[in-house]
Design a protein around this ligand. Structure first.
Ligand SMILES: NC(=O)C1=CN([C@@H]2O[C@H](COP(=O)(O)OP(=O)(O)OC[C@H]3O[C@@H](n4cnc5c(N)ncnc54)[C@H](OP(=O)(O)O)[C@@H]3O)[C@@H](O)[C@H]2O)C=CC1
Ligand SMILES: [Cu+2]
Length: 418
């Protein structure tokens, strides 16, 4: 098979790597000759900006005529990164701005930057990279935009995304009834858009009421190296637009639950281990607050959370038995609970790990404390004619046995000491 490979590289005269007289068939030599891009495959290796579009100085050159044309309204961060990627993927891009002269220098040289009216005249697909509050300023273009595909990329702010308000796409569609509105790219960051999909996030959710428009945009998304994901009609954009607003989805309730449980158990342990001895016997045990009480609380929280992981499964099974079927929807509260089991379980594990760490560290701290006491006692000069000490352990260095009994360990000859 090594020799077979050689046919692919007829330019290989003789091997410089290992000084063989003629085309060398050794695997290592072949591998050094194969350009790295041919060796590994996949989208990640696709150059972001194809060579033919690059000037010698590295800037983007003129796009060959006949390439598909795409329009972008707006000249901000989104428009810039999108234009760079589109040009790199072989599209011809025209950007419509209110002030093209001012911003033309910020785009690759092959991007045609012009006034909005001119930019929308020829492309069939036009990206609207403008904030929602400025959509209405585009209404003057509605005659020219009629019959075209408008791609909305906007993300609502937290306030705009009130549950029952229309999505930005629906708003855009109501302003331009003669256009087809497609939602895409709102979840992709500016960096990923410009550099291409290099990490995990390659999926671009796409929504529209028009299957043909969705197909056209999906093809473009695919050509840019992303994976288009059909998210259904325009009405689903409310869901899609909310995606970037969610930080660590599914963790809020379990985290609050764990914190709540921690506070409850901490309060209980504080009363039991600190406040009660103080009130009843006037013993000051407040030093226990940062370590000992926390360490007693952690396993309680871990066990409670673990039981909350298993409980909904049992409830669900009981419900199915009672209903006599498993083909009916669970009530909402149970459904949500079931969906949060992973997060609750991980938090339980986290508490258990913390408890283990605390428990390992506690005896170490105690042994260090006894070492210090020992040292101090050894340094005390023996009293000349002292009376018998009240506590024998203070006059002699603390033995290993005493330390063990204080730290809850037992030595062999001390079987029932409590
Ligand atoms: N930046 C990002 O990473 C992401 C952005 N988005 C969405 O992309 C859209 C654009 O965002 P971004 O590029 O960051 O925003 P910018 O503020 O950087 O750009 C907005 C652009 O809108 C244009 N515009 C058109 N009409 C008006 C008007 N009446 N008033 C003000 N500006 C106008 C301006 O271009 P000109 O002056 O040339 O006309 C301006 O450059 C937003 O809807 C945003 O939600 C979505 C995902 C990520
Ligand atoms: Cu324990």
């Amino acid at each position: 098979s090594d020799v077979g490979h050689l046919d692919l590289f007829p330019h290989l005269g003789c091997c410089e790597q290992c000084s063989n007289k003629h085309p060398c068939a050794s695997v290592s030599c072949i591998l050094t000759y194969i350009p790295s891009a041919t060796r590994t495959s996949g989208k990640m290796d696709k150059p972001l900006i194809s060579r033919r579009l690059m000037d010698s100085d590295g800037s983007l050159a003129e796009t060959p005529s006949g390439t598909p044309k795409v329009g972008i309204l707006g000249s901000g961060d989104f428009a810039r990164s999108l234009a760079t990627r589109l040009v790199g993927s072989g599209f011809s891009v025209v950007v419509g701005s209110r002030n093209p002269k001012r911003i033309a220098g910020l785009f690759p040289s092959s991007v045609h930057v012009t006034f909005q009216e001119q930019a929308v005249s020829s492309p069939e697909i036009i990206f609207v990279a403008v904030f929602r509050e400025h959509y209405s300023s585009l209404c003057a273009l509605s005659d020219q935009l009629a019959g075209k595909i408008l791609v909305d990329v906007s993300n609502p702010t937290e306030n705009e995304h009130l549950p029952h308000r229309e999505s930005n796409d629906e708003f855009l569609a109501s302003l331009f009834p003669a256009c087809t509105v497609v939602e895409a790219f709102n979840v992709i960051s500016a960096w990923t858009r410009q550099a291409g999909p290099r990490d995990g996030n390659q999926q671009v959710p796409i929504c529209s009421d028009q299957p043909e428009a969705k197909l056209s945009v999906s093809e473009m998304v695919h050509a840019m190296g992303f994976k288009p994901v059909d998210m259904g009609p325009l009405a689903s954009t409310r869901e899609v637009e909310a995606m970037p607003l969610r930080l660590l989805p599914g963790w809020k309730v379990p985290t609050l639950l764990a914190l709540g449980l921690f506070v409850c158990f901490y309060g209980y342990n504080f009363i039991r281990d600190v406040l009660h001895p103080y009130v009843q016997e006037n013993k000051n045990k407040f030093y226990k607050l940062p370590v000992s009480v926390v360490n007693t609380t952690l396993p309680c929280v871990a066990y409670m959370l673990l039981s909350l992981v298993y409980l909904p499964g049992v409830l669900a099974a009981a419900l199915q038995l009672q209903r006599g079927t498993k083909y009916r929807r669970f009530p909402d509260w149970l459904d949500h609970w079931l969906q949060h089991r992973k997060q609750i379980g991980l938090l339980s594990f986290f508490c258990a790990v913390l408890h283990a760490l605390y428990s390992f560290c506690l005896p170490l701290r105690r042994s260090h404390r006894y070492d210090l006491v020992n040292l101090a006692i050894k340094q005390m000069p023996p009293p000349a004619c002292a009376p018998a000490p009240a506590c024998p352990s203070l006059s002699t260095p603390v033995s290993q046995k005493t330390w063990m009994s204080h730290s809850g360990l037992r030595s062999k000859d001390q079987p029932t000491h409590k």
